[in-house]
Write a protein that binds this ligand. Structure first.
Ligand SMILES: Cc1ncc(COP(=O)(O)O)c(C=O)c1O
Length: 450
C-alpha cells in the first residue's frame, strides 16, 4: 500500500488540530470526519458506521465504492487521466449519444462541464445566444442553482436572510438580473389563500404571478426562466403536473426559454431518467449533474433541437470539462441502472419508506407534512400542526441526534432556517435497509420529541 494511503488510514481524531487551521470550507452542514464507504454505509475515522440518507449531496446513486464503477474507472485510467475539451474523445461521443437516447425526443445535443453552478451558467449563456435582445431571467422563491456569482442571483442562498446581507446575499448585487416569482409551496404558500389545502388555488396564483412578472415586471423582455422541476434544497417541494405544464405554456407563449435544473432529479431519483421523462413535459434546456458520474465529477447541459447551441468560440470552456474517467463512470452507471432495473427499486422501496413514514406521522404531531416521490423524501417539522409553525430547532436536532444513532439525514427548507429533514439514500437501498432507516428515524424522533 502506498505510504500516503497508510497515512490517511492511520489518521486519528487527535491529529485534527494539526491540520484544521489550514483549511477553509464555504458551505455544507458540519458532519463527522468520514473515511470510507461501502454501499449505503459510511464509516468515520473512529470506525463508527452510519447509514447515509444523503448519498453525499445526492450524488451516489449506486452508493459508495460500487465495484463495477471502480473497475471501469481503473481500466480507463490505464489509458488516460485527462484530455482537454478541444480534443475529440470516444467516451464523450458515447455518453452524449446515450443521454440523447434516454431523454425526451427533442433533447439531442449535449455539452459537458464540471460542476452544477457553471452548468447552470452555461445554460443561461445558451439562452442568451438564442434571445440576445432579452436581458432578464426568472427564478423561483426557494430555488437553488449553485453558488457561483450568477447562480447566486437565482438561488435561495441570497434571499434566505430576509433582508439581511448574509451568506449568498452578500453577492446578490453583483447579479441582479433575476426576477423571483413564488413557487407553489402548497403546505406553506407564500401568500394568503382562501383554503390552505387548495393546491389548485396555489398553482393558479403562482402561474398568474409568473405571467404578470413577464408582462409587467421586467425591464425589457425576459430571456429565460430557470427552475427545478422538484424544488429540492428549498424543502423537497413536489410541484403538480398542472403547475409544470402551466409554466411550460406561459414560457412558450412569451418566448421565454425554459431551463429545468435537473441536477438533483435526473438519472433515477424520481424513478425515471429525468423529470421531463416522468411528467411528459419537455423544457428547452435541461441541466444535469451530481449523481450523473456515480461520484465522479461531471455535469451536462442538454438542449432542444429548436435552439442554437454553443460553438467553439470560448463562450464556455473548462480545462477539466472532458473528464473521461467521469464519462466512463456515467456510462457504466447507466448500464447498471438499466440492467438491474433500479427504477423499480426506487418505486418499490421509496413507496415503502413513504407509507411507513405516513404511519409514523399519525402518531407524531411534530411531522407536519411528508413529501415523497421515489427516493426524494422530505419531512417537514412543525411546532404545531394547526398553525404549521416551522420547527427549525427540532429538525436540526433530528440531524444531530441522528448522527449519534448512526444515521445521516439531510436538512433543507426555504424559510428562515431548515425545518425539512431529507431522506434521499442511494437508489440501491434495499427494503431491509429502508427498515433500518425507519427504525433509526423513530428512535431519533423519540429522543428529540419526548
Ligand atoms: C438543483 C441544484 N442545482 C445546482 C446545484 C449546484 O451544483 P454544484 O454544487 O455542483 O455547483 C445544486 C447543488 O446542490 C443543486 O441541488
Amino acid at each position: 500500500m502506498d505510504p500516503l494511503i497508510k497515512k490517511i488510514l492511520n489518521f486519528k481524531r487527535e491529529d485534527i488540530p494539526n491540520y484544521e487551521p489550514y483549511l477553509m470550507v464555504g458551505g455544507g452542514t458540519p458532519g463527522p470526519n468520514l473515511l470510507r464507504g461501502q454501499g449505503v454505509y459510511v464509516y468515520d475515522i473512529e470506525g463508527k458506521k452510519y447509514i447515509d440518507c444523503t448519498s453525499q449531496a445526492w450524488a451516489l446513486h449506486l452508493g459508495y465504492s460500487n465495484p463495477e464503477i471502480n473497475q471501469v474507472v481503473k481500466e480507463q485510467l490505464e489509458f488516460s487521466n485527462h484530455f482537454h475539451i478541444g480534443f475529440y474523445t470516444v467516451p464523450r461521443y458515447l455518453l452524449a449519444k446515450k443521454i440523447a437516447e434516454l431523454f425526451p425526443k427533442k433533447m439531442n445535443r449535449v455539452m459537458f462541464t464540471i460542476g452544477g453552478g457553471v452548468s447552470i451558467e452555461a445554460a443561461l449563456k445558451i439562452a442568451i445566444i438564442n434571445r440576445p435582445e432579452a436581458h432578464n431571467f426568472i427564478s423561483l422563491y426557494g430555488g437553488y442553482h449553485g453558488t457561483s456569482f450568477m447562480t447566486t442571483g437565482a438561488s435561495l442562498t441570497s434571499t434566505f436572510a430576509y433582508g439581511k446581507y448574509q451568506g449568498g446575499a452578500k453577492l446578490a448585487h453583483f447579479c441582479q438580473n433575476f426576477i423571483r416569482v413564488p413557487a407553489p409551496y402548497y403546505y406553506r404558500p407564500y401568500f394568503e389563500v382562501c383554503n390552505r389545502d387548495d393546491r389548485d388555488e396555489v398553482d393558479r396564483r403562482c402561474l398568474e404571478e409568473l405571467e404578470m412578472q413577464i408582462k409587467y415586471g421586467s425591464a425589457g423582455p425576459v430571456c429565460a426562466m430557470i427552475m427545478e422541476p422538484l424544488q429540492a434544497s428549498g424543502g423537497q417541494i413536489i410541484f403538480s403536473k398542472n403547475y409544470l405544464q402551466g409554466v411550460r405554456d406561459i414560457c412558450t407563449k412569451y418566448k421565454v426559454i425554459l431551463i429545468w435544473d435537473c441536477i438533483q432529479t435526473a438519472f433515477g431519483r424520481m424513478g425515471d431518467w429525468s423529470a421531463a421523462n416522468y411528467y411528459g413535459i419537455t423544457p428547452d434546456i435541461m441541466v444535469c449533474g451530481k449523481s450523473m458520474g456515480a461520484g465522479f465529477p461531471i455535469n451536462c447541459i442538454v438542449i432542444s433541437d429548436d435552439l442554437e447551441g454553443v460553438k467553439m468560440d470560448f463562450i464556455d470552456a473548462h480545462t477539466f470539462g472532458n473528464n473521461q474517467v467521469s464519462q466512463v463512470a456515467a456510462l457504466k452507471q447507466i448500464e447498471i441502472i438499466e440492467r438491474d432495473n433500479i427504477f423499480e427499486n426506487v418505486k418499490k422501496v421509496g413507496g415503502y419508506l413513504r407509507e411507513n413514514l405516513e404511519e409514523l406521522q399519525k402518531k407524531w404531531c411534530c411531522i407536519g407534512e411528508i413529501r415523497a416521490l421515489g427516493f426524494h423524501i422530505g419531512i417537514e417539522f412543525v411546532k404545531d400542526r394547526d398553525t404549521r409553525e416551522a420547527d427549525y430547532h427540532g429538525c436540526s436536532k433530528m440531524r444531530d441526534i441522528g448522527l449519534n444513532n448512526g444515521i445521516i439525514f439531510g436538512l433543507g427548507g426555504s424559510g428562515l432556517g431548515k425545518n425539512v429533514l431529507k431522506i434521499k439514500p442511494p437508489l440501491i437501498t434495499t427494503k431491509e435497509q429502508a427498515e433500518e432507516i425507519l427504525e433509526k428515524f423513530e428512535k431519533t424522533l423519540k429522543e428529540v420529541y419526548r
